[in-house]
Design a protein around this ligand. Sequence first.
Ligand code: AMP
Length: 191
Amino acid sequence: MNIVIFGAPGSGKGTQSALLIEEYGYYHISTGDVLRGQIAAGTELGKIADSYISHGKLIPDELMIEILDDVMSAHPESAKGVVFDGFPRTIKQADALDELLAKRNQKLDIVVGLEVEEEELIARLINRGKTSGRSDDNMETIKKRLDVYNNQTNPLRDHYMEQGKYAAVHGMGSIEDIYSHIKAAIESIKK
Ligand code: AMP
């Protein structure tokens, strides 16, 4: 199965992806982690990525799509199923994801949307910033990232709803409870 874990910054995508990987053994692709890996390695791509990430902006679609294609090709185990975490973030990326999967004779099965109130998102991100060392976990950049999410990424919710692929999950409460709702959504489409 190919699963997208969708939601605003701070909605718990990384945490819940890790639980899904543990249980189902799918391949995890966090585009944010891929980019931070490039930054840490000091590559040219990392330098470009950093100039966007530290300002809370999205990496341009063309570049991001190319990076994802490369990651999928470099990891043949992704053919068994992927949890996409942080991708797609624009309609253009969503269309590209369909194409990337189609050329591998696959399709996107479900988009799990973690729905969390904005106040809670900000509190979580500020808290994460105390230990994450991330250049974008500060109040100024958090606000920009939430704007970007609301304007560019949130329209994907309707996009996937129209396709009947969107499963809304209330993303507040304990990690275990949230995970059990995600699991139920995934199991329901497996039948
Ligand atoms: P994340 O770790 O998913 O919160 O992503 C951190 C930052 O990486 C984002 O604020 C963007 O600057 C960049 N990024 C991650 N994924 C994408 C994507 N799919 N498209 C564009 N930019 C991305």
